[in-house]
Write a protein that binds this ligand. Structure first.
Ligand code: ACO
Length: 435
């Protein structure tokens, strides 16, 4: 069946050209505009890539208006309820859920790859104790490129698999090491006998090289479950800013470790993965529940740059399905930890007041996943400046899956947008003594 087409007419010359429309399995069909410059001599202008599909992908689907998020076709709600994070990582990478044997093997492989080279560990000594852990993460993950340059044929499936599993395995080790460095404690080596989330908590909080011991001498399974959920919810989100950065860097054939380091850098910004840290900083700035109306008014004032961090989303204009899932866990974690931290009360008061405010209702600004994830991380004793690092650990699975998918394609054009030039027209140089 012939696809429909979009007819574009130049009103000046009267020239008309049809551009083919491709149906998506789900979501909006896409018009192939690659001939636009050839046919009309013009570019399409789309800052922020609001309507530009930069690639074909079979990994994640989002319907922002209906609040739907699918990984490889599976609703996030089902995966969040039934899966282990490594199961989801396998699904993102391979396209199918693993059977028991496949999952056991994958877990073993990831655990095996979680060990980092001793020389890489020493890189941390070069950082000041108060360096931001995201700065260390960008630097140390990028440095993996210097350690694993032998198996670097990105078109070789075995090499690609090695890169993917190394990245997933080592990310949590490097992340925990950046925290240990910042508190001046010795690094804790990864353990093969623990699950991904248990291992991470152990590397973060162990007092010795032993398992993290709470009052009952075990890692609290409730905390492991909460972390597992957060990692699943953050694992992928189709062509967001950091994933697009990984793809753009990958399109040049760059080293995959360097591509993921670029993704980590993009994630760091407060408009993206830095939002969960920004939420807690904002709550500290607001101070008490009595100040909430004043800050809501600031957020609504067009002359004030203050925004409610953790509210709004580029794609979800109805609700963020991840926020719906995580909200419940947030309340459970808070009631369980029986914390008297006034920040939690403040967060709930802000949520309640913003949700009833016409400004936020009209603009469809709902709490996003990061509003609640920051609060849960705080309740799990994860320090605020580690929040975005936590996001990076989870999102590495998505980044790697996208990089993998891109490398699987027979030919990927280098990512190279055009521009609408608004600078000076051509002019002649004037020597300094004549200016
Ligand atoms: N607080 C107050 N007003 C807001 C907020 C907010 N958090 N977000 C959007 N608005 C307002 C804008 O001022 C604008 O108002 P106007 O129509 O009167 O000019 C309107 O809502 C639309 O905002 P845009 O900036 O056009 O929306 P966009 O889709 O480009 O931005 C974004 C989305 C960046 C997430 C934005 O909502 C924001 O800055 N939120 C706070 C940061 C945040 O929580 N980021 C995390 C995103 S989730 C993630 O990365 C996992």
């Amino acid at each position: 069946m012939a696809n429909d087409a979009l007819l574009i007419k130049h009103t000046g010359t009267g020239k008309e050209v049809e551009y083919p429309l491709t149906k998506a399995v789900l979501g909006a069909e896409t018009v192939d505009m690659r001939g636009l410059y050839r046919d009309f001599g013009c570019f399409s202008y789309d800052p922020g890539y609001m309507i530009t599909a930069s690639c074909k992908s079979a990994i994640t689907y989002i319907d922002g208006d209906r609040g739907i998020l699918l990984y490889r076709g599976y609703p996030i709600e089902q995966l969040a309820e039934h899966c282990d994070f490594m199961e989801v990582a396998y699904l993102l990478l391979k396209g199918e859920l693993p059977n028991k044997d496949q999952l056991r093997e994958f877990n073993l492989e990831i655990a095996d790859r979680s060990i980092i080279h001793e020389a890489l560990r020493k890189f941390f000594d070069g950082f000041h104790y108060d360096a931001h852990p995201m700065a260390m993460l960008v630097g140390v993950v990028g440095s993996l490129a210097a350690f694993y340059h032998r198996e670097m044929d990105v078109k070789n499936p075995e090499h690609r698999w090695l890169c993917a599993t190394r990245l997933i395995g080592k990310l949590s080790t490097i992340a925990a090491a950046s925290y240990r460095h910042s508190i001046g404690r010795p690094f804790v080596y990864p353990r093969m006998d623990l699950s991904y989330c248990e291992n991470f908590l152990n590397m973060m909080f162990s007092r010795s090289a032993q398992i993290y011991i709470d009052q009952d001498h075990y890692i609290d399974p409730f905390l492991v479950k909460a972390l597992n959920l957060l990692f699943i919810l953050h694992a992928d989100h189709e062509q967001n800013a950091s994933t697009s950065t990984v793809r753009l860097a990958g399109s040049t054939g760059a080293n995959p470790y360097a591509c993921i380091a670029a993704g980590i850098a993009a994630l760091w910004g407060p408009a993206h993965g830095g939002a969960n840290e920004a939420v807690l900083n904002m709550l500290a700035q607001i101070g008490t529940a009595a100040n909430v109306p004043k800050f809501i008014a600031k957020a609504k004032d067009p002359n004030d740059t203050f925004r409610l961090m953790g509210f709004g989303h580029r794609v979800y204009k109805n609700f963020d399905p991840r926020a719906t899932i995580i909200r419940k866990t947030c309340y459970e974690v808070l009631s369980r930890s029986q914390t008297n931290d006034p920040m939690f009360e403040l967060a709930l008061s802000l949520e309640e007041q913003a949700l009833k405010d016409p400004y936020f209702i009209e603009r469809k600004l709902y709490p996003n996943v990061d509003f609640y994830s920051g609060i849960i991380y705080k309740a799990l004793s994860i320090p605020v400046d580690m929040f975005t690092v936590m996001f990076a650990i989870a999102r590495t699975t998505g980044w790697v899956a996208h990089w993998y998918e891109m490398m699987d394609e027979p030919a990927t054009p280098i990512g190279r947008p055009r521009q609408l030039y608004v600078g000076p027209a051509r002019r002649d140089f004037v020597p300094i003594y004549q200016r």
